[in-house]
Write a protein that binds this ligand. Structure first.
Ligand SMILES: [Fe+2]
Length: 330
């Protein structure tokens, strides 16, 4: 089957969405460029073609910033670096350590191949990408909460540590165009269905705290690690993500209290997640549902979801597209 031609999307004068909608990366252009997200092996060639279509000289793109190191968010790194050796890889310290584990590449390869199969099924690629002799995931620069990444021309990204989806997760906020790169911090969100699958894979408590923390940072668009860009006041998205997490968690606890079989609960959840669109194999989704059931059971009785009442009201009422009235970044 011949692959669909994926056009790059201009989000703002300084920002482009590349890759494919289910596994996008973003190109932020100031005086220099930075790719946000590490893509997948199967989307690396698409990204290269799209940068060419935009007429941007790859020499201008200096870095790739990883929101986290799950295998579906780092796969294009070794391929882009092979092509453009000047690219510097930026990530948090926990992520950098994780990528250097002896077992990382051997765990990465089957998962990256699984994504290739999903994308072939969607008609996004015609064939699996060719294997590399070496998969280099070395992080060149460690970034941490409070750091600024200045791309010139007024484009400055601020770094926030937002664990919970993974221990290494970071989010980014750009101060000129008020864009928030949230990775998988708020889980899997399908904007067309307005549905969340919360993804507290490493810690429910951290996941909620990260969402709550980011409600104090004003932004008017969000870059998701799956399904592209959402426009509008990000406080609303974050408030909805927190409510969706609370609902999901309480449903799991209620079913456990009713004596429902754990396996049945996970199978029901995995069936539902797969009905939203496959981003991983059924086995992987089922494993992740099981992981979250464990985290929910361990967090029973904890008060995790309460935003300051005024903040919650503000979040859920802030549907507008206007510029934020106040900003921690101003
Ligand atoms: Fe992830």
């Amino acid at each position: 089957m011949k692959e669909k031609i994926q056009q790059p999307i201009a989000v703002t004068p300084h920002l482009f969405q590349l890759g494919v909608p289910s596994f996008p990366v973003y190109l932020s252009m100031g005086a220099e460029g930075m790719i946000i997200e590490g893509g997948t092996g199967a989307t690396a060639d698409i990204i290269v073609t799209q940068i060419d279509m935009l007429g941007i000289d790859p020499a201008q793109i200096k870095s790739i910033c990883l929101t986290h190191t799950h295998l579906d968010h780092v796969g294009a790194v070794p391929r882009l670096r092979r092509l453009w050796p000047h690219l510097k890889v930026l990530a948090g310290s926990i992520g950098a350590e994780f990528l250097q584990k002896d077992t990382f590449v051997q765990e990465f390869l089957p998962g990256d191949r699984m994504i290739g199969e999903i994308l072939m099924g969607q008609g996004s690629i015609a064939a699996q990408p060719f294997p590399l002799d070496e998969y280099n995931f070395t992080v060149d620069s460690i970034i941490a909460e409070g750091d600024k990444i200045d791309l010139g021309a007024g484009i400055v990204w601020h770094v926030f540590h937002t664990p919970g989806h993974s221990p290494c997760h970071i989010s980014l906020v750009e101060e000129k165009e008020h864009t928030m790169g949230i990775g998988d911090m708020t889980g899997y969100f399908d904007p067309s269905l307005d549905v969340f699958w919360p993804n507290y894979f490493s810690s429910l408590e951290d996941y909620c705290n990260s969402i709550k923390k980011m409600t104090s940072v004003r932004a008017i668009r969000g870059l998701l690690s799956h399904n592209g860009v959402i426009e509008g006041d990000m406080r609303r998205h974050l408030g909805k993500a927190l409510l969706a997490t609370e609902t999901y968690h309480h449903e799991l606890l209620r079913r456990l209290e009713q004596g429902d079989d754990k396996e049945r609960i996970c199978t029901d959840k995995a069936d539902w997640v797969c009905s939203l669109g496959a981003l991983a194999s059924y086995k992987v989704i089922h494993f992740l549902c099981k992981l979250m059931l464990k985290h929910s059971a361990a967090a029973r009785g904890k008060d995790l979801f309460r935003l300051h009442q005024a903040a919650m009201h503000e979040c859920l009422e802030s549907g507008g597209m206007g510029m934020p009235s106040a900003s921690r970044l101003d």
